[in-house]
Design a binder for this molecule. Structure first.
Ligand code: NAD
Ligand code: LMR
Length: 329
């Protein structure tokens, strides 16, 4: 018996990330090879034609798991029955725009989308916010969705996690498959803190294996934290395929679970763990099982890590104050 298709809503479907993401969702990489999907694409009105073009290409792939594609410029329609919602579309910062302008512009996007999720999504909806500033956009959407359990709203730091894995692999010569328990803490921004003190490379503690605090402070952390800007500088456009890949990883892990003895990084509403104020959508080490995640508890936070976590969390708290002042939450 064919299974009922899972409704996957993707916003910003005609954008760069959308183009790299949709084909992988339709081919089964998001939810697995046995789960049919129905794509619900949300775009702004002027980009509906481009979304139609992408839908034509999706048709031309004849993906066996793709049960249908709907395209709309109405959040109420696109989120109707959504089981998974990938909020990718966002207003990028343009010349002359201040941070507050960006937060306000995105409030105009994420508040109505949060309300549409509240009113129309399926009871089991899982939300991943990719559009920047991802953590605070997720906070705005969550605040507009009081009937959806808060923990269903997450933001993406998996790209940062994957970037950190790759840098650590290069430094140690150990394949990424043998690296476990890396953590990204805080905001998906240059203040994020990639933490290797609990990580293992080929079964050894990563910080001890590296034994090079200068590399950690002056190379690894800034390389990971500023990788987004380095990609923009090199490509002339922000990361797209790697961001789409990370979105696939985030949802796949959330749905299918973390491997025994490992964890991943997700930005999730804080329950106060590790001194992160409750409600902030901050990145933590999390394990997942049965479609739910749990923040890993009781890790020792050393004197190197503490101020770095605190600085990124302070930035999130500032962003929360800014959107509160704008009436967005
Ligand atoms: P893009 O400009 O190519 O595409 C964005 C798309 O969103 C456009 O097609 C636009 O029409 C659409 N859009 C704008 N407002 C919308 C709305 N209200 N509803 C639906 N669609 C809307 O950008 P991109 O390269 O695809 O990046 C998308 C976002 O992801 C950006 O904010 C970018 O900064 C962010 N990003 C986040 C991460 C991360 O790790 N969290 C990584 C890379 C990029
Ligand atoms: C990234 O991390 O690649 C994106 O968030 C783009 C950016 O602005 O850094």
């Amino acid at each position: 018996m064919p299974r009922t298709p899972v409704n996957v809503t993707v916003t910003g479907a005609a954008g760069q990330i959308g183009y790299a993401l949709l084909f992988r969702i339709a081919s089964g990489h998001l939810l697995g090879p046995d789960t049919p999907v129905r794509l619900r694409l949300l775009e702004i009105t002027p980009a509906l034609g481009a979304a139609e073009g992408t839908a034509m290409e999706l048709d031309d792939c004849a993906f066996p798991l793709l049960a249908g594609i709907d395209i709309s410029d109405s959040p109420d329609v696109a989120f109707d029955g959504a089981n998974v919602a990938l909020l990718v579309g966002a207003r990028p910062r343009t010349k002359g725009m201040e941070r507050g302008d960006l937060l306000e512009a995105n409030g105009g996007i994420f508040k109505p989308q949060g309300k549409a999720i509240n009113d129309h999504a399926a009871d089991d909806v899982k939300v991943l916010v990719v559009g920047n500033p991802a953590n605070t956009n997720a906070l705005i959407a969550r605040s507009a969705a009081p009937d959806v359990p808060a923990e269903r709203f997450t933001a993406m730091t998996r790209l940062d996690h994957n970037r950190a894995l790759s840098q650590l692999s290069k430094k140690t010569g150990v394949p990424v498959a043998e690296i476990r328990r890396l953590t990204i803490w805080g905001n998906h921004s240059a203040t994020q803190y990639p933490d290797i003190f609990h990580a293992e490379v080929a079964g050894k503690n990563a910080a001890e294996a590296v034994a090079d605090e200068t590399w950690l402070a002056e190379d690894f952390i800034p390389t990971v934290a500023k990788r987004g800007a380095a990609i923009i500088e090199a490509r002339g456009a922000s990361s797209a395929a790697s961001a789409a890949n990370a979105a696939i990883d985030h949802v796949h892990t959330w749905v299918n679970g973390t491997p025994e003895g490992d964890w991943t990084s997700m930005a999730v509403p804080s329950d106060g763990s590790y001194g992160v104020p409750e409600g902030l959508i901050s990145s933590f080490p999390v394990t997942t099982a049965g479609g739910e995640y749990r923040i890993v508890q009781d890790l020792a936070v050393n004197a190197f890590s503490r101020p770095r976590i605190d600085a990124s969390v302070a930035e999130l708290a500032d962003e929360r104050e800014a959107v509160r002042a704008l009436g967005l939450i």
